[in-house]
Design a protein around this ligand. Structure first.
Ligand SMILES: Cc1cc2nc3c(=O)[nH]c(=O)nc-3n(C[C@H](O)[C@H](O)[C@H](O)COP(=O)(O)OP(=O)(O)OC[C@H]3O[C@@H](n4cnc5c(N)ncnc54)[C@H](O)[C@@H]3O)c2cc1C
Ligand code: SF4
Length: 345
């Protein structure tokens, strides 16, 4: 046992020494932005060659594994006043640099937006939640093992998402890939915060050299990433106040209980009036390339009283568009069970 531990440490040390050695000639230039304007002007100057870095918990892994090699890093952690949670008349304003721990432990969020706190609590480990920011979580890259495979290991895959011709997952190892909505790329959106924020109807404030634009989270993701331009930065998330009588629940199924990405997750917000469902939003995570709004499931609930059979019908409708790949049909019953449980709870 002692030897195993020692061996792994030695291998880790060698790998990090090699990584440092290989990276020497192409060390990225690093700028500490002091204001949003300064960050935007750097992004505008360097465009595709630059990457924003916030907590670095995703970006640095991609760089270390040589999946990404930005020439310029624009550090936004040095911008003061971008980490806040403010409650205002129209809802919640969350600053881009707010940590996931900040979301998880905020008394306002726990009280009025409990689904967000539940989703935050389910993310990674305490260390990563302390370092990782809410916007970094939304913008993190996919976890597909073909995509993430480092050239340092001797083999990498120039798949369709990287500009290649093929998706290796379609005919390969696809146990964790999409069961709904996959077209060219079948990697799932890995963010747990995205379905919860989407179920709450959140909007992103995006800043660019041309000014600001507001993008509903529902319209932010695309099958191969998101709609951010190279010179844009997300400065804030706006979450409308839930309607009176709204109940929320976020549930996630993962293989390892300690740290793991979602095999499937569901965020449900249900508003009732006089005991009947008047409004609902159901968003699935971990099953599609983008957070998936289960509109058919929502439709079945309108005007109903919540019972086991109503929840069951809605859960069936939630997965009615599922088209699993060769190794991931198990995700269908898992998702169905999660949706039913979330509605009943
Ligand atoms: C071991 C491990 C387990 C994990 N488990 C989970 C999990 O269970 N669930 C889950 O949801 N996530 C999980 N994650 C992902 C983790 O939550 C993210 O790495 C983290 O939230 C990213 O935040 P960051 O601030 O570190 O982002 P960074 O790594 O700094 O950036 C990530 C991306 O976001 C972009 N970005 C950051 N801020 C902005 C901004 N303001 N505007 C525009 N673009 C921006 C960066 O350019 C980069 O592309 C896990 C990560 C690890 C390493
Ligand atoms: S699922 Fe997407 S990221 Fe993975 S191999 Fe296919 S194209 Fe590449």
């Amino acid at each position: 046992m002692k030897h195993e531990v020692l061996d792994t440490r030695i291998i880790d040390d060698i790998l990090s020494l090699l990584a440092r050695h290989w990276g020497k000639s192409k060390h990225p230039e690093h700028f500490n932005a002091r204001t949003v304007d300064e960050a935007i002007s750097l992004l505008n100057e360097y465009k595709d060659e630059a990457s924003i870095i916030a907590g670095g918990t995703d970006l640095l892994c991609l760089m270390k594994n040589k999946v990404m090699a930005p020439k310029v890093l624009v550090n936004i952690k040095t911008i003061p006043d971008l980490s806040y949670i403010k409650e205002e008349a129209e809802g919640l304003r969350i600053g881009a640099l707010t940590s996931i721990t900040g979301i998880e432990t905020s008394p306002i969020i726990r009280d009025k937006y409990p689904m967000l706190a539940e989703a935050a609590h389910s993310v990674a480990s305490p260390h990563i939640r302390n370092m990782g920011t809410i916007v970094g979580n939304l913008c993190q890259d996919v976890r597909c093992w073909y995509y993430r495979r480092s050239p340092i290991t001797g083999r990498s895959f120039f798949c369709l998402r990287k500009g290649g011709e093929f998706c290796y997952a379609v005919g390969g190892e696809n146990a964790y890939h999409a069961i709904i909505g996959g077209q060219k790329c079948f990697a799932v959106c890995p963010s747990d915060m995205a379905p919860a924020l989407s179920a709450l109807g959140a909007t992103l404030k995006i800043v660019s050299p041309d000014g600001e634009r507001a993008v509903p989270l529902d319209e932010f993701y695309t099958s191969l990433g998101n709609t951010l331009e190279p010179d844009e930065l997300i400065s804030e998330i706006l979450v409308p106040t839930p309607r009176y009588g709204t109940k929320q629940r976020f549930l996630k199924f993962r293989l390892r209980k300690t740290i793991d990405f979602a095999i499937s997750s569901v965020a449900v917000a249900i508003t009732t009036k006089a005991g009947r469902i008047s409004n609902t939003r159901i968003v699935l995570g971990g099953v599609a390339p983008t957070p998936y709004r289960a509109l058919r499931a929502e439709d079945t609930l309108k005007g109903e009283v919540i019972t086991d059979s109503v929840a069951e019908a809605s859960a069936k409708a939630a997965v009615s568009e599922a088209r699993p790949l060769s190794m991931n049909s198990y995700k269908v019953p898992v998702t169905e069970a999660l949706v039913k449980r979330a509605i009943v709870e």
